[in-house]
Design a protein around this ligand. Structure first.
Ligand code: NAG
Length: 269
């Protein structure tokens, strides 16, 4: 019990999380741009092995020194995965960057890939060995259970995914400022309607910038009042009409709905 409490304190990250050594640049304008190197130090590249090569497939967030949070739809149980941490350019072997194999895949039990709109698009990946935290590899904070961000709260989506429909895959980590669209708005007709559930967060939909496919599983980073960055969302889906379609914001798994699940998976694996 004491161990479980201690563990949840570590995971919830009251201690050291969400405080990058290299501060991100936070433009007030909406738009995608190269991140400051290593300014989102919990961002990982999830890669799978395919005919002898490792391919970037999704993003993820380091939430404990041996656990990465990502999206269930990123995971195929038949594949072999690794994560690359502390990276800025995917194609460059950077000093301080670490690569670790994934030893266990835990996909949410209520995830059903034929029912994306039911949500539960969340998974945890256990690393084969704990990573040593350094100035480029740090933990994300998780939000308090049940917390809901207000409409228009500014957050940042990060990843190596396309920032434009059918655009090229960037080599440098990208960030994009997205404003939260509250559930009442996002679930209204003309927006996502009933496709969006309360276990999701919407952000974007201004028709200018959004996350795209390659960002799947990556974080929606939102700064709390105390200055710590919390991962409020896991990139889940967007509009088939395009990455940045007007009134079709990116949809994220709402992490604050899954705090108990995250803590129990980590405690029991
Ligand atoms: C997943 O959803 C499909 C389509 O609705 C359904 O036929 C199937 O039984 C579901 N699978 C599970 C494991 O619930």
């Amino acid at each position: 019990m004491i161990q479980a409490l201690l563990l949840s304190a570590l995971v919830a990250g009251a201690l050291s999380c969400g405080l990058p050594t290299y501060l991100p640049q936070l433009p007030r304008v909406v738009g995608g741009q190269d991140a400051v190197p290593n300014s989102w130090p919990w961002q990982v590249s999830l890669q799978y092995s395919s005919s002898g090569e490792w391919r970037h497939t999704c993003g993820g967030s380091l939430v404990a020194n041996n656990w990465v949070l990502t999206a269930a739809h990123c995971i195929s149980s038949s594949r072999t995965y690794r994560v690359v941490l502390g990276r800025h350019s995917l194609s460059t072997e950077e000093a301080g960057s670490v690569t670790i194999m994934v030893s266990k895949l835990v996909v949410h039990e209520d995830w059903n890939s034929s029912q994306l709109s039911k949500g539960n698009d969340i998974a945890l990946l256990k690393l084969a060995s704990p990573v040593s935290l350094n100035d480029k590899v740090q933990l994300a904070c998780l939000p308090p259970a049940g917390s809901i961000l207000p409409n228009n709260y500014a957050c940042y989506v990060t990843g190596w995914g396309r920032l434009q429909t059918n655009g090229a895959l960037p080599d440098i980590l990208q960030q994009g400022r997205l404003l939260v669209v509250d559930y009442a708005t996002c679930s209204s007709s003309g927006w996502w309607g009933s496709t969006v559930k309360t276990n999701m967060v919407c952000a974007g939909g201004d028709g200018v910038i959004s996350s795209c496919n390659g960002d799947s599983g990556g974080p929606l980073n939102c700064r709390a009042a105390n200055g710590q960055w919390e991962v409020h969302g896991v990139v889940s889906f967007g509009s088939s009409l395009g990455c940045n379609y007007y009134h079709k914001p990116s949809v994220f798994t709402r992490v604050s709905n899954y705090i108990d699940w995250i803590n129990s998976v980590i405690a029991n694996n």
